[in-house]
Design a protein around this ligand. Structure first.
Ligand code: ANZ
Ligand code: ZN
Ligand code: ZN
Length: 833
């Protein structure tokens, strides 16, 4: 008998497949076939695939292969998220140009992908660091500038001293840089480019409600990130000066309980007050430091609330009352208006603060008007059932209604209005880096615009190429600013000398729309053809890590809406379904070089082959859970494949002799029953949850049944036609998971053609039907025996069979059966006295 030898089988088949470049190619958008766009997130070309990649890409690959077998026109592309900091770091370390380093890594990883037998359509490859891609980033930038969606403003920005660049809010994690987990992010004042994502805040939020193909946890994270909050602006006047402090509150109904106004340490009035009062200035500085430290620690909510009085007062416009103005370290400058009215009786934070500093605490809402308010435990934060008390003409109003009415009142009297605030901020896209997309703007100091006003390039000026000759140093500022040939250019308006913008774009720009480029990667007239997009979009299944839940997945949704409004596409969301896979861990811990627990895909493949490695990655845990990598487990899957190989090669000669009119035996029926049950189960597993671990377990069970039937197949009690049917379908079902062994066995069984171009098998419901079913019998709730009855037996037959069972007879002897409860198909319980 032949031995299963993946080291021989796998390269041989890969060579066969390589000879057919159309093997995995999507058919054109006008092919008339139903489409399926299966997208796995593209990797950063770090140089080496890790075992986590193997798992992620195996999930998409199985799905793409299955959908092809189901007759869909499948698009399963791959590309490279190729701009970014690591290339610059490598350039610093090894003195290799970022482009060279990146392209060499891409070549190395492509070889690894190839070895893994992933069914990517490489004719659609996209590499984001090449000009034929990034010129379209620049094109979009110009469109967005035209629409007022790209703008420049001076602002406080997050600055990573290690990266020497600005970070988006989304790239600040627990106060530190997302790439430098221990480097505290600083705030700097810089003029930066922004994308107006806030213009789409409502749509981004409301869209989430309709996206039921996305995991709830991802939708919740995006909701919180957008952080829409309905409230009211109310203007308090500073006593004496008449200056206005606008506060943002979600609870205007509690305004009669406001006993102070609190300003953020960075509020403009705080700064103004501090200028005239040195003591105050010192106190404010201390408060600001505390706030920064808490931000860096990542939990501003946990800050020990502190503040200082300004010795000034503000007037509550609702009742004319005079309340002290304080500065609080828990008030953020960049949320709402940076100022609040403090209502200690009904807000946790204000309560803590007022208790500490002895400020008044005044109850103005209560769950019930009849109960004495003094009995209420504070702070009382309820609003659904609450009613206003001690609130002048508003007393007696339910809280929620009062919020509406009081906001209207403020608006009518010119001291406030209803408003909506968002936690979401505009997307800062400027980076002081070299290895990114140049921003297509110039400054014409001499004639047109002055130093500060950007002039957009014309579409025909694109692409603005990244200069190849650049020295990467640790020095701050944009590296492009040190390349005179890049900086000095001519003005598109007056033709005079001008200077180029030297910031590059955040690399999240690249990944916001790369999946649209896949459908038309060689188009040099437009980012893509809209007719193609109309066919392929939205993506049917997007697969990637949950770590992208906010950053990448909000930006891509935003980009989709912008493109829709530019008239390029019709879909409002990029992907109908999102699947977030779990991580691969080792011995319960995340793999890392420092822990020395990294599993190399190459080592696994050398030992066990691609098929066993892929299949183990899918079998060892549900794909959305973390997987603890066990080499023993891979060995186990490899033994399973050896068994399949042995059985198939052994029975192939019999299968090949299959006739058409063979008499069926009980043994043959039993084996075919298991086969069709397996087909049905696997087909169901492919209908949306992608729990491939249970699919593979089902194939394993089928193979166990084949082993049981081996003697009957040897003796040809099971006819050759049944043998042929079983092995042929087993091979087809293995094909998405273990394509190499499937191809080998498909040929071994005498078939020609490519196994994974063959249609997926159909389950025959008649053949799958059980001839007998098992019913557990209980007496007074205790299991006594399991009886076997013909499938489809009615209740009377089953009761009779139970009462005729010897074990049951002996237990009920001398007693009376008072009741028989039958749960159809599940259970029979005799109540006996
Ligand atoms: C008075 C009040 C009374 C409030 C009450 C709440 C309960 P969300 O839902 O997160 O938007 N706030 C407003 N701006 C703030 C800032 N810059 N820094 C810290 N806190 C700020 O929360 C809005 C509430 O958070 C606002 O409503 C305000 O406190 C506070 F019984 O105003 B509230
Ligand atoms: Zn950093
Ligand atoms: Zn000019």
């Amino acid at each position: 008998p032949q031995r299963y030898n993946p080291a021989e089988i796998e390269p041989r088949w890969q060579a066969v497949w390589d000879a057919d470049p159309s093997l995995y190619a999507a058919e054109p958008h006008d092919s008339g076939k139903p489409k399926y766009y299966c997208l796995s997130m593209l990797p950063y070309p770090s140089g080496k695939l890790h075992i986590g990649h193997v798992r992620n890409y195996a999930i998409g690959d199985v799905l793409a292969r299955f959908m092809r077998m189901r007759g869909y026109n499948v698009l399963h592309p791959m590309g490279w998220d190729a701009f970014g900091l690591p290339a610059e770091n490598a350039a610093l370390k090894n003195n290799t140009p970022p482009a060279e380093w990146t392209l060499a890594n891409i070549a190395a990883m492509k070889t690894q992908f190839h070895r893994l037998g992933l069914s990517f359509d490489w004719s659609k490859e996209v590499t984001t660091c090449l000009p034929d891609y990034y010129r379209w980033n620049q094109w979009f930038f110009l469109k967005m500038f035209e629409k007022g969606l790209a703008y420049r403003k001076k602002s406080k920005v997050n600055w990573c001293p290690e990266c020497q660049t600005v970070l988006a809010n989304e790239q600040v994690i627990a106060g530190c840089c997302w790439r430098h987990e221990t480097t505290i992010v600083e705030q700097r004042d810089l003029t930066q480019w922004f994308f107006r994502i806030t213009q789409y805040a409502d749509e981004l939020l409301d869209g989430l409600d309709t996206m039921d193909g996305w995991p709830d946890k991802v939708r919740t994270m995006q909701r919180n990130w957008i952080g829409r909050s309905e409230g009211t602006f109310v203007d308090f006047k500073v006593e004496g000066t008449g200056e206005i402090i606008t506060v943002f509150t979600t609870r205007v109904d509690t305004i009669f309980g406001a006993t102070s106004v609190q300003l953020a340490p960075e509020h403009a009035l705080t700064t103004a007050f501090a200028k005239e009062d040195a003591t105050l200035a010192g106190q404010v500085e201390a408060l600001l430091d505390e706030q920064k430290a808490a931000k860096a620690a990542g939990d501003l909510g946990a800050i020990e609330k502190k503040g200082c009085a300004t010795n000034r007062f503000a007037i509550n416009p609702f009742n004319g009352e005079r309340v002290p103005i304080w500065v609080g370290n828990y008030i953020l400058a960049d949320y709402g208006t940076g100022a609040i009215m403090s209502v200690p009786a009904h807000d946790e934070r204000d309560f803590e603060f007022a208790t500490k500093y002895g400020l008044d605490i005044r109850r103005v809402v209560a769950p019930n008007v009849d109960e004495p308010a003094e009995a209420l435990t504070l702070p009382y934060t309820g609003e659904e059932e609450a009613v206003l008390i001690d609130s002048g003409e508003w007393s007696g109003e339910p809280s929620l209604e009062a919020q509406e009415k009081m906001a209207k009142h403020a608006e009518a009297n010119g001291f406030g209005k209803k408003t909506t605030t968002y936690r979401l901020k505009d997307w800062g896209v400027s980076r002081q880096r070299y290895w990114g997309t140049p921003i297509p703007m110039v400054y014409c100091a001499a004639n047109c615009s002055g130093e500060e006003t950007p002039i957009p390039l014309r579409p025909e000026d694109l692409p603005v190429l990244l200069p190849a000759q650049v020295t990467i140093t640790q020095q701050g500022g944009s590296p492009l600013g040190r390349v005179p040939e890049f900086v000095n250019t001519t003005c598109p308006r007056c033709g005079g000398p001008a200077k180029r913008e030297t910031d590059t774009m955040d690399t999240f720009v690249d990944s916001s729309w790369y999946f649209y480029r896949y459908i038309d990667p060689k188009n040099d007239q437009a980012p893509f053809d809209s007719a193609k997009a109309a066919y392929w979009f939205p993506i049917d299944q997007y697969i990637g890590g949950v770590e992208h839940a906010i950053l990448h997945l909000i930006y891509s949704r935003y980009w989709t809406k912008v493109m829709r409004d530019l008239g390029l596409i019709e879909n409002a969301e990029p992907a109908t379904r999102l699947f977030t896979q779990g991580m691969v861990i080792k011995d319960g811990a995340k793999m890392s070089k420092s822990k020395g627990n990294v599993v190399s895909p190459d080592v696994m493949i050398d030992k066990f082959g691609v098929d066993a490695t892929r299949m183990y990655a899918l079998f060892a845990a549900p794909p959305d859970r973390d997987l603890d990598w066990q080499e023993d487990g891979v060995a186990g899957v490899s033994r399973f494949l050896s068994r399949v190989y042995r059985l198939t090669t052994k029975f192939a000669p019999i299968a090949k002799r299959a006739g058409t009119e063979e008499a069926q035996s009980i043994e043959g029926q039993k084996l075919l029953r298991k086969l069709h049950q397996t087909i049905a189960k696997m087909t169901l597993d492919f209908s949306g949850r992608w729990h491939f671990n249970t699919s593979i377990a089902a194939i394993m069970e089928l193979v166990n049944e084949i082993v049981t039937a081996e003697p009957a197949m040897d003796a040809e009690i099971i006819p050759p036609s049944a043998v042929a049917e079983v092995f042929r379908n087993l091979t087809l079902m293995l094909a998405p998971f273990a394509p190499f062994i499937a191809a080998e066995l498909w040929a071994e069984l005498g078939n020609t053609g490519v196994v994974f171009r063959h249609p997926w098998p159909e389950a025959d419901a008649e053949l799958a039907k059980e001839s007998e079913i098992e019913i557990p019998v209980q007496i007074n709730g205790k299991l006594v025996n399991v009886i076997t009855v013909p499938a489809g037996s009615d209740e009377e037959t089953i009761k009779a069979a139970a009462l005729a069972d010897p074990k049951v007879i002996s237990r009920i002897e001398g007693k009376t059966v008072v009741k028989i409860i039958y749960v159809p198909g599940k259970l029979l319980n005799l109540v006996v006295k």
